[in-house]
Design a protein around this ligand. Structure first.
Ligand SMILES: Nc1ncnc2c1ncn2[C@@H]1O[C@H](COP(=O)(O)OP(=O)(O)OP(=O)(O)O)[C@@H](O)[C@H]1O
Ligand SMILES: [Mg+2]
Length: 153
């Protein structure tokens, strides 16, 4: 594991290694936290979110699926989880239509956002960014960048 100020980066070699890493991170998430995920198609954003949801106490992680057509899915874990996928986003107005800003600023819920780089200016500064890179059929380089504010506690 490479660790610099606020950045953790490691190579996972299987789906289950990614799930475990995400589950561990999910256990430490608190209400109000925002996780912004980026990486090419098939890099593992949805799989990572499934792992986060396990760590967040979602009973059936199989209900975790990319909300491709509706932009948002909501699950119940230790607290509400808002799962967005911005892949098909064409303009900011669509985010206004679903009250995106209000959802992600809800202090009682956690927001997980796939393809967050499609709307970078709408992601609050305090968000944790997770970047996934495909290194081989079963390996992914995963970098987790926490905002300083989140490292204090
Ligand atoms: N080490 C690994 N970590 C994560 N996924 C892996 C790994 N090795 C193989 N995979 C496979 O990569 C795929 C990741 O798919 P997933 O739907 O999570 O990607 P995604 O980034 O959400 O794609 P999309 O942009 O289409 O939403 C799965 O089929 C998974 O089994
Ligand atoms: Mg996905």
């Amino acid at each position: 594991m490479v660790s610099q100020k606020g950045i953790r980066s490691l190579l996972t070699r299987s789906e289950s290694e990614t799930t475990h890493l995400a589950e561990e991170m999910g256990r430490s998430l608190k209400p109000g936290d925002i996780v912004a995920l980026v990486g090419e198609i098939g890099s593992g954003k949805t799989l990572f979110i499934k792992g986060l949801c396990r760590g967040l106490g979602v009973k059936d992680p199989n209900e975790v699926k990319s909300p491709t057509f509706v932009l948002l899915h909501i699950y119940e874990g230790r607290f509400p989880i808002h799962h967005f996928d911005l892949y098909r986003l064409e303009e900011g107005k669509e985010l206004d239509a679903i009250a995106f800003d209000e959802f992600i600023r809800n202090p009682e819920a956690v927001s997980l956002i796939e393809w967050a780089d499609r709307a970078p200016n709408r992601i609050p500064e305090k968000a944790t960014w997770v970047e996934l890179k495909i290194k081989g059929p079963h390996s992914r380089q995963i970098s987790i960048k926490s905002h300083e504010e989140n490292l204090k506690h």
